[in-house]
Design a protein around this ligand. Structure first.
Ligand SMILES: [Zn+2]
Length: 202
């Protein structure tokens, strides 16, 4: 019995470390996994190991990728004159789901946050400015979350882009259809679609 309890406790402890999973949910998941067949458990474990072994960040835009350049950066039919700036790679997934955007992306890997000690130099802002200088970009869409930190970062970006780039670069933001504090990752497809289609000059 001791062995069973130990491996079960190990699983529950590990599951509890996942975001939004409390001990109660971890117990429920563990009970589910015990009932499932071996193939499912193996597939689940393998898929977790595979993302650790295979997923890289795209060298150009910071998107999740299994190759040096992600499938968006290496696609030939994308509009390479528009860059949509996002906080995290999962935002790209969600914007792609809207089917409204055919340009390229740039992931900042976070937002400026005095509270959390995240400074501009901790983010991929220099890399974005470098892309603007070298890639013939006509429009930058700032698609950061409408949080206080997102706003601060957007303002900082705007200033830096205007300092760096030719004055004729267009800077836009998602339309205000997104409620304050909403997270792009969890915003439904239609709302995000509208926010993108009706983007406004910034
Ligand atoms: Zn990429």
């Amino acid at each position: 019995m001791a062995t069973i309890n130990t491996s079960l406790e190990r699983l529950i402890t590990n599951l509890s470390k996942l975001p939004t999973i409390g001990r109660k949910t971890a117990l429920r998941l563990a009970a589910f996994l015990i009932k499932e067949n071996n193939e499912f458990a193996k597939e689940l474990a393998d898929s977790i190991i595979a993302i650790k072994e295979k997923i890289l960040l795209c060298k150009k835009c910071g998107n999740y990728s299994e190759t040096e350049l992600c499938n968006i950066c290496s696609a030939e039919n994308r509009d390479s004159a528009i860059i949509c700036v996002v906080e995290e790679p999962f935002d790209i997934l969600n914007i792609e789901k809207t089917g409204q955007f055919n340009g390229l992306y740039h992931t900042l890997s976070g937002v400026i946050s005095i509270q959390k000690g995240v400074m501009p130099e901790d983010l991929k802002i220099e890399k974005l400015l470098e892309r603007i200088k070298t890639e013939n970009i006509k429009e930058i869409i700032i698609a950061l979350n409408p949080t206080q930190e997102g706003e601060t970062t957007a303002l900082y970006l705007k200033q830096k882009i205007l300092e760096t780039a030719a004055k004729n670069i267009k800077i836009t933001r998602l339309a205000t259809g997104l409620p304050l504090g909403s997270i792009i990752e969890y915003t439904d497809k239609d709302t995000l679609s509208g926010a993108l289609a009706n983007r406004i000059d910034y």
